[in-house]
Design a protein around this ligand. Structure first.
Ligand code: NI
Length: 168
């Protein structure tokens, strides 16, 4: 397994649109394992392949506190989305240190493949619904900060560029 480098906003590679996975093979399973390790190490609750500069439709999510409930979504598609628009405080491993409220529909039903290439459907609400929508946005090249005002986005960009220049 290997830790992958997470791209940081406003890196233009985060805007690439991810392509469908053509075959769920050992290469994809290795990517899933590396993404999971990278997410746990960060630590975070979700990671899209786009964030590690792999522009294929792969997501990992784990909302458990014990890091033992990994959910893998390959080629996820939204089947249904609905309910009230609910605000939720979001953050992102590609925008470290920034948290802000984004409104999203409360329920979502998705179809995807797991790491064995098996199709499944899932109906989600609450944090899982937020997380799935946030991560699926990454695959379209969209970050949560893009839902915020232009003023806030400019401030975040300035802050991120300053952080990147500072030695760790
Ligand atoms: Ni994110």
């Amino acid at each position: 397994m290997a830790l992958l480098t997470i791209l940081h906003y406003p890196d233009p590679r985060l805007k690439k649109v991810a392509k469908p996975v053509l075959a769920v093979d050992d290469r994809i399973r290795r990517l899933v394992r590396d993404m999971a390790e990278t997410m746990y190490e960060a630590p975070g609750i979700g990671l899209a392949a786009s964030q590690v500069d792999v522009h294929e439709q792969v997501l990992v999510i784990d909302l458990s506190e014990t890091c033992d409930d990994l959910r893998v979504f390959i080629n996820p598609r939204i089947l249904e989305i609905g309910g009230a628009l609910l605000p939720h405080e979001e953050g992102c491993l590609s925008v470290p240190g920034v948290y802000d409220r984004v409104e999203r529909p409360e329920r979502v039903r998705v179809a995807a493949l797991n790491e064995r290439g098996e199709a499944f459907e899932l109906e989600a609400e609450g944090l899982l619904a937020v997380c799935i929508q946030h991560e699926m946005d990454h695959l379209r090249g969209r970050l949560f900060v893009e839902y915020l005002s232009q003023l806030k986005q400019n401030r975040i960009k300035t802050r991120m560029r300053k952080l990147e220049r500072e030695p760790v």
